[in-house]
Design a protein around this ligand. Structure first.
Ligand code: ZN
Ligand code: FE
Length: 255
């Protein structure tokens, strides 16, 4: 159903994004991650929306530290991963990989996308995935708690969503991610085109999110580690997909 909901992008802190999902049909309003409360409250006031649900993707401070203040201002249900309950703000509802629940009159589902942290989840609604620090525009989160094969498996799960899925990630890292992507695939014409678009958007201080899964599959080196041309480019023609992913991740960490 088109236009069943709108998503408002809320820049927070220096480079984080929070996302407000609002259904015009039910009037429901949900938030994905709360890097800081003030810009989120301003955005809600501007639209005249009342927050009822907060979805947490993972435990890092820059995704949860606004929750306490939002709880004081709104009557919210806070949802997060059951296995991470001890390091998340108090949860009103616990979910896990494969959970589904009603969100603003839609069916939302949960995918475990561990790697950046163990216990990181993505939330999927019709047409959109909120991936935070797992799959990002032209990149993926740094692997802090998990392992490269774990992150690779998580990205593969997201890659199974429909190509048209809009990808809402947690940070505005796209320009730096793209500069790195060009070191892996300098001759990828779609990547070169995309970078021109990204440079234009960022010079106007515009967000580069959301992106689409199709565009990520065509240009994001972290989703492309299984391709023979990418394996060749990193000198690992006979390595496994996960090994090539790990090498690309390692190079990005040093970039
Ligand atoms: Zn994080
Ligand atoms: Fe983050």
């Amino acid at each position: 159903m088109p236009d069943a909901y709108t998503v408002k992008v809320v820049p927070c802190l220096s480079d984080n994004y929070a996302y407000i999902i609002h259904s015009s049909q039910t009037g429901g309003t949900a938030l994905v991650d709360a890097p800081e409360a003030d810009p989120i409250v301003s955005a809600l006031r501007q639209e005249g929306w009342t927050l009822d649900t907060i979805l947490i993707t993972h435990h890092h401070d820059d995704h949860i530290q606004g929750i306490e203040q939002l709880r004081n201002e709104f009557d919210v249900t806070v949802i997060g991963h059951d296995r991470d309950r001890r390091r998340l703000p108090t949860l009103d509802r616990e979910v896990a990989d494969g959970s589904t629940f009603d969100l603003c009159g839609m069916t939302a589902s949960v995918i475990d996308v561990s790697g950046h942290t163990v216990g990181h989840i993505a939330y999927i609604i019709p047409g959109a995935a909120f991936t935070a620090d797992s799959l990002m525009a032209l990149g993926c989160g740094r692997v802090f708690e998990g392992t490269p094969p774990m992150m690779w498996a998580s990205l593969q799960k997201l890659a199974c969503l429909p190509d048209s899925t809009l990808i809402y990630s947690g940070h505005e890292y796209t320009l730096a991610n793209g500069e790195f992507a060009l070191t892996i695939e300098p001759d990828n014409a779609e990547l070169v085109d995309r970078m021109a678009d990204i440079r234009e958007k960022r010079s106007g201080n515009l967000p580069t999110v959301p992106t689409t899964l199709a565009l990520e599959k065509a240009t994001n080196p972290f989703l492309r580690a299984a391709l023979p041309e990418v394996k060749d480019r990193v000198g690992m023609a006979n390595a496994s997909d996960a090994e090539v992913f790990a090498e690309i991740r390692k190079r990005k960490d040093r970039f």
